[in-house]
Design a protein around this ligand. Structure first.
Ligand code: ADP
Length: 552
């Protein structure tokens, strides 16, 4: 019974690699897909949290800025001269250089308006002062009573003495924001009501008040760390109609605020804005998203690579399966022919009908040759089977390779020459002894010689050469037969592989011979190569190193 173990060599690991190649990226994709979805949600949550936090920071900031403004205004108003002491306003202004203008209204037609003396050098500011003086006179004559009532109400309900509101003024092309502080001066009585007030100019708000107030409301930030990983906030204040900041906190790096909030109380018409330092919420989301896409892309690439690998492996397996089935039919055929011949000649001899000693000898010889062919085929199959199952063992012995080659060829020489071959044998005598498995090397040589004989239909020439070269010993088998196309040179050393040429098809073979040769030679630390062209013949070269595996 012919027992073939066709699995072996690298089947197991290969299947494992295949599984990993596809399963791992697929599993990665699935896990990452889930993670990605949750991440998307998380990104949204992060964004929402940022926004909510920012809104809270702005609300607190507004409250603190308002408190600061009230505190400063209350302090200044406390120093303001009494209602009947209007001439002291100039002194008040000297001690409060931040205040641009101050006034005292004591009933219709009675207004004292003063401006900061240092500002009067500037003709534009001087004109502005004159205009304000006249406007304020008219204005408080109309509205003064109402504001006095309003201030009394505020004092009664909120306990504050000042009311702060916005005041706009065109300076050059631009509208300037000023803060107007109103209060009841000491000495204002129901019989002689008086209203006092002063104006904080844009310059003061812009360069002094807001920068300090904004920096104070931000929590202590780590000054050195400007990395995007630990973004910190910066805030600014701007006029509602002007996107450019009026003032900013430290670390404001341009761009637009993430969240804004309009001042409701002290600074109507101004807006507070907040953003992350050095980055934006969108940037952070984008970065996260980009990273996620990169991972997704890498996983998809891995998956594609895995699929290509799988496809190639499946294709290879299919080709191998076809080779195996061809192999079975080839081997059956190869076994049947010699068996049929042996039976036929044995039966003929048995019947005793063959007259003449010579004829009988001829029949015996045929039977012997056919059984030798059978033996070598079965030896090949057994060797192959051992190699496949990893049980092939070599016994290395110090050997005179020239003798080994000579004796191996000896028993075939007659037969080869009988088949009409011109047989050339050139064995150099300076070949050093090598550590080899004699049987295996002899089998390799016979496989090559057999092939040379099998695949030489027209010009029957065979040469075997053994010679030494710099790195080792070469054993060459040369024929002038059908040759092998260049693209097949590597494949013919694969198991079961036979060239798809009709000339080859008509010749019996199992496709095992050369794969065995290669295995044997490699086990000796050597190599086998072919030089061949269709119609020109072939040269197979076995190279054995001087130091073989066993000798090392
Ligand atoms: P097979 O039993 O088919 O000869 P081998 O493994 O010995 O198997 O050879 C593989 C194939 O290589 C052969 O089928 C044949 O196509 C090609 N081949 C091998 N030796 C020769 C040669 N000397 N000349 C032409 N073709 C050859």
């Amino acid at each position: 019974m012919l027992k073939l173990q066709v699995r072996g060599w690298s089947e197991g690991p290969r299947i494992l690699v295949l599984m990993l190649a596809v399963m791992l990226p697929a599993a990665g994709l699935i896990v990452f897909g889930g993670y990605y979805l949750r991440h998307l949600q998380r990104d949204k949550i992060i964004e929402a949290v940022f926004q909510r936090d920012h809104r809270q920071v702005l609300a607190i900031a507004e409250k603190r800025i308002d408190d600061r403004a009230y505190r400063i205004a209350e302090e200044a108003s406390a120093k303001f001269p009494d209602a009947d002491n209007a001439e002291e306003i100039d002194t008040f202004l000297t001690t409060h250089p931040d205040i641009a203008h101050a006034f005292l209204w004591a009933g219709k037609g009675s207004i004292e308006f003063r401006s900061q003396a240092s500002r009067m050098q500037n003709s534009q500011l001087c004109a502005e002062s004159r205009m304000l003086s006249s406007d304020f006179g008219t204005w408080w004559d109309m509205e003064g009573e109402d504001y006095i009532a309003k201030l009394k109400r505020i004092e009664a309900t909120e306990g504050r003495h000042v009311y702060i509101t916005d005041h706009w003024l065109t300076r050059g092309e631009k509208m300037q924001y000023q803060s107007l502080v109103l209060f009841l001066p000491r000495g204002s009585t129901p019989e002689h009501p008086a209203l006092a007030g002063f104006l904080y100019d844009t310059d003061y708000l812009k360069n002094n008040f807001f920068p300090r107030a904004l920096n104070d409301v931000l929590p202590n930030q780590n000054q050195g760390d400007t990395s995007h990983r630990n973004p910190q906030t910066a805030i600014m204040v701007r006029a509602e109609k002007d996107p450019h900041p009026l003032a900013t906190s430290a670390y404001w790096d341009g761009g637009s605020p993430e969240v804004e909030r309009s001042f409701e109380d002290v600074f109507p018409g101004l807006v507070l804005g907040i953003k992350l330092r050095g980055t934006t919420i969108a940037d952070i989301s984008d970065r996260l998203l980009r990273n996620e896409f990169l991972v997704l892309g890498a996983l998809s690439l891995l998956m594609a690579a895995g699929m290509i690998l799988t496809y190639r492996n499946v294709a290879r397996e299919l080709a191998l399966a076809k080779l195996k089935s061809d192999f079975v039919s080839n081997v059956s055929h190869e076994l049947r022919t010699p068996l049929a011949l042996i039976r036929l000649y044995a039966e003929t001899l048995e019947l005793g009908r063959i007259a003449g000693h010579e004829k009988q000898q001829e029949y015996y010889e045929i039977i012997r040759k056919e059984s030798e062919r059978l033996t070598s085929l079965i030896n090949n199959i057994l060797d192959f089977s051992r190699i496949e199952s990893g049980k092939k063992e070599y016994t290395f012995r110090e050997t005179n390779v020239a003798d080994l080659v000579r004796s191996t060829l000896e028993s075939y020489r007659f037969e080869i020459e009988q088949s009409g071959f011109e047989f050339e044998q050139k064995i150099d005598n300076d070949v050093p002894p090598l550590w080899v498995d004699r049987e295996a090397i002899a089998r390799s040589l016979l496989n090559l010689v057999n092939n040379a004989v099998k695949y030489s239909s027209n010009e029957k020439y065979l040469a075997v050469r053994l010679y030494r070269h710099s790195n080792g010993v070469n054993l060459e088998v040369v024929d002038h037969g059908i040759g092998i196309p260049a693209k097949e040179h590597l494949k013919i050393f694969e198991k079961f592989y036979r060239v798809g040429d009709p000339l080859v098809h008509n010749t019996k073979g199992s496709g095992l011979g050369l794969s065995l040769v290669r295995h044997i030679v490699k086990a000796h630390g050597g190599d086998v190569a072919v030089e061949s062209a269709p119609g020109k013949g072939s040269r197979f070269i076995i190279t054995l190193p001087l130091q073989t595996v066993a000798a090392q």
